[in-house]
Design a protein around this ligand. Sequence first.
Ligand SMILES: C[S@@+](CC[C@H](N)C(=O)[O-])C[C@H]1O[C@@H](n2cnc3c(N)ncnc32)[C@H](O)[C@@H]1O
Length: 256
Amino acid sequence: MTTTGAKPQGATDEASAALAVREMFDAIAPRYDLLNHVLSANVDRLWWWRAARRFRAVLADPDAAVMDICCGTGDMTMALLKRRPRGARPTLAADFSRNMLSRGAKKFGVGARKAGEPYAVPLEADALQLPLKLGSLDLIVSAFGFRNLANYEAGLREFHRVLKPGGQLGILEFSEPGGFIGKAYAVYFRRVLPAIGRAICGKDGAYSYLPVSVGNFPSPEEMLRLMSAAGYEQCAWQPYTFGIAGLYTARRGAVA
Ligand SMILES: C[S@@+](CC[C@H](N)C(=O)[O-])C[C@H]1O[C@@H](n2cnc3c(N)ncnc32)[C@H](O)[C@@H]1O
């Protein structure tokens, strides 16, 4: 079986691809939030909010075990926490970049929240080898992180392993829209965005890597096929903002 995954420049195998991604995020962490909001004109906030709203039923259950994987600086996690009731079981927020995660923890960690407010527990972990037991989660969400995994099939299998039977998966990712919007967006995404990224960040890597990684990411049809092949049911894709981004959703089958 052929596998697919992120291939940052210079990476020769999955281990070197993962290391390159982690080092890149560690390096851009101090500027990540600023860059994100500038480059997306704050539309990213709407995407996180919509993704969280899609899972409002499970998030409203105080006992639900929820994880935001590839949480980075925590804005998806914060959107999830807004929908958790007071006193809810803490949400897990996991990432393998310590610099990204420590910034996130300043927003979602217990120390940053008022008494009784829902909070998240930071977990430094690799999405491909989660330190969690089989069948332990009701919901896994990932925003703009899945594309960076060194092996997409392995990532889907690992999420499937840690989801409870009937548990839900949501993957928010960029995609490449077609038609006129797609052409106009491609100019922004491939030329303007890396230039702004370079100007704010002073580094070339990450914001040149972004359009390349989106271009290499499976199409929605292919991604849905990978999800089905990994054993998920009810696999679907909901495009956001003309298909610039979109939410993949699926369930682990109810039978263990
Ligand atoms: C583009 S950022 C997204 C952060 C956040 N979810 C958001 O929406 O802003 C991608 C994050 O995925 C993390 N990541 C990439 N590959 C990972 C892996 N194999 N395991 C854990 N985290 C990973 C990176 O460290 C980075 O923080």
